[in-house]
Design a protein around this ligand. Structure first.
Ligand code: SF4
Length: 373
């Protein structure tokens, strides 16, 4: 049984039934709906409302049971998942990545150093190998394979893709939908040494989505790690909290008062797509990032988070007009319909409609007939 949503809880409350005590506020919430939403998030006790029917209490307690245990290994938490699909709520603990160091092998130190030194930065996050599992010896802050085997975890040694994927799906389904305690241990997939790293990467990519809590790799390959950590970062972001960057003016290639000026919202993926292009331009530029709760440009516009008034306010707050002589701001092509509205509101600047896609910025700039003086 999956956890009850606020709306499902609300159906049992006096307000939904138009019964006595509707919105009586005795629980400390202004309405029954507010109480239901809080209860669904476990932010208020079930005992705070005296008018809940017994059947709701029973269903709520059953549905609130944690389907999967959380296990902590050397500070790395795995498991604790309670949904099958990320959009239902969110995934909790990302698939941990562990690498085996076999200390009986002559080149173990070289491998150990490569693993320890591997780090990539993506969307403001530093991504590293989470855990080292040793064999035939011990190392500080690492776990031995024998110790790992004693933890409340389920090991699947990867052989055939169909077998492993079916097992992972069956275990998570049993845990989440049936709350079957026999399937509540987090699951790790053990990958033995292989010649085919492409196949390993493809399989592990699938298992990140469905439903490995951890990988233990005998192989260590930087390209595979980069691919898996990038995918993992995308899957394990909270869909209700878009990744966002700070709203401010970013500078590329030492801009001066005559440099190009671009504008976008603070949705991290849009920002990095645009920033990468601006970094590689042969000319310097500014990028004005407006606050939009981490929404992409079109979503922000439709949610009224990117309005001419807000853009004007941002420019004023950043005191941008006094910093530059260039009076032309290039806006995303998706917002072409806002050109006149923006020009009306932002008296200091003319609006130029840019590209719809970030990759086209370079060609756009080449063909730009823009007088920056
Ligand atoms: Fe509604 Fe119960 Fe809160 Fe009263 S105490 S407002 S009935 S949820």
């Amino acid at each position: 049984m999956t956890e009850l949503s606020g709306l499902q809880i609300f159906k049992y409350l006096p307000a939904a039934k138009k019964a006595e005590h509707t919105n009586c506020k005795e629980c400390g919430c202004p309405t029954c709906m507010a109480y239901a939403l809080k209860l669904a998030k476990h932010q208020i006790g079930i005992d705070k409302c005296s008018y809940l029917p017994d059947d709701l209490k029973e269903i709520f307690i059953q549905s609130s049971k944690q389907p999967q245990k959380t296990v902590e290994i050397k500070g790395v938490k795995i498991g604790g998942e309670n949904v099958l699909y990320r959009h239902e709520k969110t995934f909790i603990n990302k698939t941990a990545i562990a690498v085996v160091i076999d200390m009986a092998k002559p080149d173990w130190k070289e491998k150990y150093n490569r693993v320890k030194n591997f780090e990539i930065k993506r969307v403001n996050e530093f991504l590293k190998v989470d855990l080292i599992v040793t064999q035939n010896g011990k190392l500080p802050n690492c776990i031995t394979y024998d110790e790992l085997k004693k933890l409340p975890l389920k090991e699947i040694v990867d052989e055939e893709f169909s077998k492993t994927s079916e097992e992972l799906i069956a275990i998570r389904t049993k845990a989440v939908l049936e709350k079957d305690e026999n399937f509540s241990n987090p699951v790790y997939v053990y990958f033995k040494h292989t010649q085919d790293l492409n196949l390993l990467c493809a399989k592990a990519s699938f298992y990140i989505c469905k439903y490995a809590n951890m990988f233990v790799f005998e192989d260590f390959d930087e390209a595979v790690m980069t691919t898996l950590m990038t995918l993992r970062q995308n899957i394990f972001t909270d869909p209700q909290k878009p990744l966002q960057v700070e709203s401010k003016i970013y500078e590329f290639n030492n801009p001066d008062e005559n440099s190009l000026i671009f504008m976008t919202t603070n949705f991290a993926l849009t920002f990095y797509a645009v920033a990468n292009e601006l970094e590689s331009l042969p000319v310097p530029s500014y990028l004005i990032v407006t606050p939009a709760d981490g929404m992409s440009v079109l979503t922000a516009w439709s949610a009224e988070k990117f309005t001419a008034q807000m853009v004007a306010k941002t420019l004023k707050k950043l005191d941008f007009a006094s910093r530059v002589k260039n009076r032309k701001i290039i806006i995303p092509g998706l917002l072409a319909h806002m050109k006149e509205e923006l020009e009306e509101e932002i008296k200091d600047f003319e609006i130029v409609v840019g590209t719809i896609e970030a990759f086209a910025i370079s060609d756009f700039v080449k063909n730009l007939d823009i007088n920056l003086e």
